[in-house]
Write a protein that binds this ligand. Structure first.
Ligand code: MG
Ligand code: MG
Length: 249
């Protein structure tokens, strides 16, 4: 069942989302050759805790860090550590925030110095596919209209969507129903209603859609070792259309 959130509850998620955005922006400003992923994780923790909120990923299913940081062929769920970023890397940072019992979830991919043309295009296409999915968050549309819009944009640009991992409902829990695949035919699944809140998160690969999990049991990488990018926003369906909760304004 998809739980509907009141405007008051959505406002609380928006407050969590603003804190999340501050934390992601702080990490994003630090991204450069020579910085470690652990340092990025630390600024995220400091920013969130400085707002009397909690990094929602810490301890979730036993996850050992405050954020997920995934570099190059790593798709999602990378564990921040002493790895030093270098010129040309792509780094995806995924953050969850809980404040007053309400969650927000957002991710962005950043460039480290100058990146290849292909990497830059992958980022642009992934971000744009997220925007296309968000545009579908309108009452009366079907859930799979989001999925379809993402897939069409990605594949029209010659990349592939990861199918083993999906977006999700979000609210007082980090992961709620429904699952939101980044692929599929339009016009299927539940009809969207005001009060539904989704974490929409295309994961897009330059090469094959196939992924595998490393021995740390967290880090998901592309099976072919090629680049991947990940963007995510928490979005409420409202009478006025999509309301993105993980932005500052
Ligand atoms: Mg996330
Ligand atoms: Mg998520």
């Amino acid at each position: 069942m998809i739980t509907l959130k009141s405007i008051g509850q959505i406002d609380k998620m928006d407050a969590s989302g603003r804190i999340l955005r501050k934390a992601l922006d702080a990490a994003g400003e630090l991204v450069r050759p020579g910085v470690s992923t652990k340092e990025l994780d630390e600024i995220i923790r400091e920013t969130i805790e400085g707002e009397s909120a909690r990094p929602a990923f810490k301890g979730y299913m036993g996850f050992p860090a405050n954020s997920c940081i995934s570099v190059n062929e790593e798709v999602v769920h990378g564990i921040p550590d002493g790895r030093i970023l270098k010129e040309g890397d792509l780094v995806s940072i995924d953050v969850g925030v809980e404040k007053n019992g309400w969650m927000a979830d957002s991710a962005m991919t950043y460039t480290v110095g100058m990146v290849s043309e292909e990497a830059a295009r992958l980022m642009d296409v992934t971000l744009r596919s997220l925007e296309k999915g968000i545009e579908q968050c309108v009452p009366g549309k079907h859930l799979s209209d989001i999925s379809h819009a993402i897939q069409v944009h990605v594949e029209a640009n010659g990349f592939s969507v990861v199918k083993d991992l999906v977006g999700h409902g979000i609210g007082s829990k980090l992961h709620e129903e429904p699952q939101i695949p980044n692929f599929g035919p339009p016009g299927r699944g539940p009809v969207l209603k005001p009060g539904m809140v989704f974490a929409i998160e295309p994961m897009v690969n330059v090469g094959s859609e196939k992924v595998k999990t490393l021995e740390d049991e967290w880090t998901v990488v592309t099976a072919d070792g090629k680049l991947s990018a990940h963007f995510e926003h928490t979005v409420a369906v409202t009478e006025q259309g999509p309301r993105i909760l993980t932005l500052l304004d």
